[in-house]
Ligand binder design. Structure first.
Ligand SMILES: [Zn+2]
Length: 275
C-alpha cells in the first residue's frame, strides 16, 4: 500500500512529467475504479485539458486539471506509470501531447474520482483528513493537543487519519520502533517525555523514509521498502539490539515491534518479553 513517502515520490516524478501536458485521449480499461461526479462524460471532462499540478492530501494524490480535479486513492495496490510499454494491471491510460500516463491496480481496490473543485466533499474521507504530518502545520503544540485528547492505544491513534494525515501500517510500526514504544501502549499512559519522543519519531521516520525512497529512485512501477526496520521483518534481528522482531495484533491490524526495545507498559495477554 503506498504511504506518504511513496506519494511524495510519485508527486516528484509525476508533476514535472505531466505539468502543462494536454490529454489527447483516455482509455478506461476497467470502470470499477472510476467515480465521475462532474456531470460531464469522462472524455468531455478530460480530453483537451491539461494537467497543472500534483498535490498530496493524506492518502490522496490530487491532479489539478483545467476543468477540475482528478483525485486518486491508491488503496492497497494502485500505482502509476509513465511508460507506455508497462502493461501489467493497467486500468486507465492517458495519451498526452507528449508522453503517457497510466494507472495500474492489480487488486482494483483503488479509486479515481473526477470532481469539480467545489465537489471534494463527495470524495469519501477527503474532507475528514487531519493535520498534514509532513506540512508546516504539524507542530509539537498541535501534536500534544491531539494526543492529550486520546485514550486509545498509541498505534490506533497514529493511524487515525482524521487526526494525523496520514500514517499507514508500515510507518506506524516504524514510528513506534523509533520512539521505543510498545504498539499497545495507551496514549494517556505516556509521560511528557514519551509524548515528545513520539512526536520527534513521526518527523524523523517520515523524513528519513522520504529521503530513502527518493535516493533509491525505484521507478513508479515498484514499491520500495528496503529501508524499513521492523515492518514485515518477523523473527529478523532488531537492528538496535538483535532481539527477534515480533508480531502482535492491534485492533485487527498486524503490528511488528521489538519486544526488548519496545517493552509493554503493562501485563499483556501474552508476555512477549518472556517468549
Ligand atoms: Zn530491539
Amino acid at each position: 500500500m503506498p504511504e506518504l513517502p511513496d506519494l511524495v515520490y510519485y508527486r516528484e516524478r509525476l508533476e514535472p512529467a505531466l505539468k502543462d501536458r494536454a490529454i489527447r485521449s483516455v482509455q478506461v480499461r476497467d470502470p470499477v475504479v472510476l467515480r465521475n461526479a462532474t456531470g460531464m462524460s469522462t472524455d468531455e471532462f478530460l480530453i483537451g485539458g491539461c494537467f497543472r499540478s500534483v498535490q498530496i492530501r493524506g492518502p490522496f494524490l490530487i491532479f489539478e486539471m483545467d476543468r477540475g480535479l482528478m483525485v486518486v486513492n491508491c488503496m492497497l495496490a494502485g500505482h502509476f506509470s509513465l511508460d507506455a510499454k508497462f502493461r501489467k494491471s493497467r486500468l486507465l491510460e492517458f495519451e498526452l501531447d507528449a508522453g503517457w500516463l497510466a494507472y495500474h491496480d492489480s487488486k482494483k481496490m483503488g479509486k479515481i474520482y473526477l470532481a469539480l473543485r467545489e465537489q471534494t466533499q463527495l470524495i469519501p474521507r477527503f474532507e475528514d483528513q487531519g493535520v498534514d504530518i509532513i506540512g508546516p502545520g504539524f507542530s509539537k503544540e498541535v501534536f500534544l493537543e491531539l494526543i492529550a485528547k486520546s485514550r486509545r492505544q498509541v498505534r490506533a491513534f497514529l493511524m487515525d487519519q482524521t487526526l494525523l494525515s496520514s500514517i499507514g501500517n508500515a510507518y506506524a510500526d516504524e514510528i513506534l520502533f523509533e520512539a521505543r514504544l510498545h504498539p499497545k501502549t495507551f496514549c494517556h499512559k505516556l509521560n511528557a517525555h514519551e509524548q515528545e519522543r513520539l512526536f520527534r519519531a513521526i518527523q524523523t521516520t517520515m523524513q528519513n523514509a522520504i529521503e530513502s525512497v527518493r535516493a533509491a529512485d525505484p521507478g513508479l512501477e515498484h514499491k520500495y521498502r528496503q529501508h524499513v526496520r521492523v515492518r514485515n521483518r518477523l523473527k529478523a534481528p532488531c537492528p538496535r539490539c538483535a532481539a527477534p522482531i515480533r508480531r502482535v495484533a492491534v485492533l485487527g491490524h498486524d503490528a511488528f515491534f521489538c519486544p526488548a526495545c519496545q517493552p509493554a507498559d503493562r501485563k499483556l495477554f501474552i508476555d512477549w518479553s518472556q517468549t
